[in-house]
Design a protein around this ligand. Structure first.
Ligand code: PLP
Length: 406
């Protein structure tokens, strides 16, 4: 992949731009990724030539857009190797996917005093919807802790499970620590007690090959905008037999089979969960993004990003007073760190002056910060279009920033 980088970078127009009169170094890929030209062009092409509301028309444009949307569903199915397109629900992102399952699964299966397990390293998106469900139903949220290296204490999972446990929801990859969690093991443990597992793949699907059949997870969610697709897109996978039993999330057009004032019946999967006019043009463009990364090869992407991660980790560790937060054995290309006496946002602001985009703060994972007794971190997160030269420039700039601030 290293040899292809120059060519790959030209596919992403924003990477050729300048910020503060310096070439952009974009290390905020865990927040959102940049878009290849094919994604940008698809959005323009569809609005220019093929726009009409889907699923309802008899005319050419509506049929064309409908067909493209359903082709996009097939691309998403293949991308995560789901059994059937009925198991692929388009959402606005991982946040909506968790809310959908927390509501619809919750309405159907959760009763007072039931228990739900999440981990201590979850993004707020995978905590708050479950907390809201617990409040609605009088259920209890249990938390699987992680150790100081940032690894889940998996040995404690069987102790947390009991006859009241109804679902387990964990991140495939932590956005704050970079840890790749042992989800296969979690799923196996859960399934021994017939407990379904929701995997938050927001930080995983664009970095690691995901095979939902092989994982045997019950739900898997990822965000389109983190996978080089447009904002406002997302994919929720759910096993058909569970989705079928779940009550709809939102009511409206398209999610119904028949409506009368006496009784409404619901549409088949996946439309039962897609009320209203969906974000079809962005979804069509998302499929182009998924095709793009599939063509590059997720195994190649993972290998190259791991090389970037290892190189940056080694270089950052040479910096005096810098501490990496999250040193799990198995990590994705995310590095959180703190530096003695330096406020993350001061460093982030100065790096921005040098054209370098990093993220600072709690990364929507306040419990992770509470675990380490810190108020936030600096975070760099790499994509396959990043380079070793960018890491060198970043490390040099960071050393300069430290010299100014201390
Ligand atoms: N889960 C994880 C692990 C994340 O990193 C994020 C976003 O950063 C989300 C969920 C929420 O994703 P979105 O904002 O795209 O809905």
């Amino acid at each position: 992949m290293k040899e292809q980088i120059d060519k790959i970078r030209t596919d992403f127009p924003i990477l050729g731009t300048q910020v503060n009169k310096k070439p952009l170094v974009y290390f905020d890929n865990a927040a959102t990724t940049q878009k290849p030209q094919i994604v940008i062009d698809t959005i323009t092409e569809y609005y220019s030539k093929y726009n009409a509301n889907i699923h309802r028309g008899v005319h050419f444009l509506s049929n064309f857009a409908t067909e493209a949307t359903e082709k996009a569903r097939e691309v998403a199915r293949k991308f995560i190797n789901a059994d059937a397109v009925e198991e692929i629900v388009f959402t606005s992102g991982t946040t909506e996917s968790v809310n959908l399952v927390a509501f619809s699964f919750g309405e159907t299966f959760i009763e007072k005093d039931d228990e739900i397990i999440v981990s201590e390293m979850e993004h707020h998106s995978n905590i708050v919807p479950w907390q809201m469900l617990c409040q609605r139903k009088g259920a209890i949220l249990r938390v699987l802790p992680f150790n100081d290296a940032g690894e889940l204490e998996i040995a404690k999972l069987p102790e947390l499970i009991n006859s009241k446990t109804k679902i387990i929801s964990v991140a495939h990859v932590s956005n704050a620590l970079g840890t790749i969690n042992p989800i296969r093991e979690i799923i196996k443990i859960a399934h021994k007690s017939n407990i379904p597992v929701f995997i938050d793949g927001a930080q995983a699907a664009q970095h690691i090959t995901v095979d939902v059949k092989e994982l045997d997870c019950d739900f898997y969610a990822f965000s389109g905008h983190k996978a080089y697709g447009p904002t406002g897109t997302g994919v929720l996978y759910g096993k058909k037999n569970i989705l079928e039993k779940m009550t709809p999330y939102k009511g409206g057009g398209e999610m119904i089979a028949k409506v009368s004032f006496e009784k409404t019946t619901y549409n088949s999967l996946p439309f039962k969960f897609e009320a209203g006019t969906p974000n079809y043009i962005d979804t069509i463009a998302l499929a182009k993004a998924l095709d793009y990364i599939t063509d590059l090869g997720l195994d190649k992407i993972y290998k190259y990003e791991t090389e970037l991660l290892e190189y940056a980790t080694t270089e950052l560790k040479k910096i005096d007073k810098l501490k990496i937060i999250g040193e799990a054995n198995h990590k994705s290309s995310v590095i959180s760190f703190i530096i003695d006496d330096i406020h993350p946002s001061d460093a982030g602001t100065l790096l921005d002056q040098m054209g370098i985009a990093i993220r600072t703060g709690t990364h929507c994972a306040e419990p992770v910060m509470q675990h380490f007794g810190i108020s936030g971190t600096m975070r760099v997160s790499f994509a396959f279009y990043n380079t070793f030269e960018e890491i060198d420039y970043f490390v040099k700039s960071l050393c300069y920033v430290i010299s100014i601030l201390t």
